[in-house]
Design a protein around this ligand. Structure first.
Ligand SMILES: Cc1cc2nc3c(=O)[nH]c(=O)nc-3n(C[C@H](O)[C@H](O)[C@H](O)COP(=O)(O)O)c2cc1C
Length: 191
């Protein structure tokens, strides 16, 4: 599978959903095999439980975790699509990362410390924001997200980020600007 799309937005009428549709129709046209994991539709359980911890240590992860890990193994490029909420990701996606990118699957630990196990994967991140571009690019918010997401999550797992794209101020710009953003996605270099 070329692309595994991990999508986190509850509203099928959202701009994030339009991003998902734009990319999936592009991949259909390009005949690139892909699969979508719509975390809200899946009702993905986001809390890392004590049972999960026990199962990680015995290498018998819960069925829902195992299923997501199998899909990650099959996908060459993982594409995360989500809005910025409270300067982070929606809780359901944070829970996916807590549970699915687990020790001995996404990273290992030896006497020198932790090391990534997913260095054969590439990642694309597509975010939408309410805040304007200036706040993110000149106000330092983008650097904060780079540290927590690009470095703190994907870098930690050894994954190479090929694109981290932001669409800014989505609720406040006109429809024409939003359509131009979707047009840009139809041709953007992904991997
Ligand atoms: C719970 C919540 C928290 C939000 N927090 C932020 C934030 O921290 N920074 C920001 O720029 N926008 C924030 N927003 C605005 C969203 O990022 C924005 O509405 C969304 O990206 C627009 O895309 P959509 O139409 O697909 O939802 C927040 C929105 C919600 C609902």
């Amino acid at each position: 599978m070329d692309y595994l799309l991990i999508y986190a937005h509850p509203n099928p009428k959202s701009f994030n959903h339009a991003i998902l549709e734009t990319l999936t129709s592009r991949f259909d046209k390009e005949k690139r095999p892909f699969q979508v994991r719509d975390l809200y539709k899946l009702n993905f359980k986001p809390s890392l439980s004590s049972e999960d911890f026990i199962s990680f240590s015995s290498n018998t992860a819960a069925a829902d975790i195992k299923q997501e890990q199998n899909l990650i193994e099959q996908g060459k490029t993982l594409i995360f699509i989500y809005p910025i909420w409270w300067f982070g990701m929606p809780a359901i996606l944070k829970g996916y990362i807590d549970r699915v990118l687990s020790r001995n699957f996404a990273y290992g630990v030896n006497e020198k410390g932790p090391y990534g196990l997913l260095s054969n994967k590439k990642v694309v991140i597509i975010n939408t924001t309410g805040g304007p571009k200036e706040h993110y690019e000149e106000g330092g918010l983008k650097d904060i997200l780079k540290t927590t997401i690009d470095v703190g999550v994907f870098g930690f797992c050894g994954i190479k980020i090929t694109l981290h794209k932001y669409f800014y101020a989505v609720p406040y710009i006109g429809n024409e600007s939003r359509q131009n953003m979707l047009k840009e996605l139809k041709a953007i270099q992904i991997d």
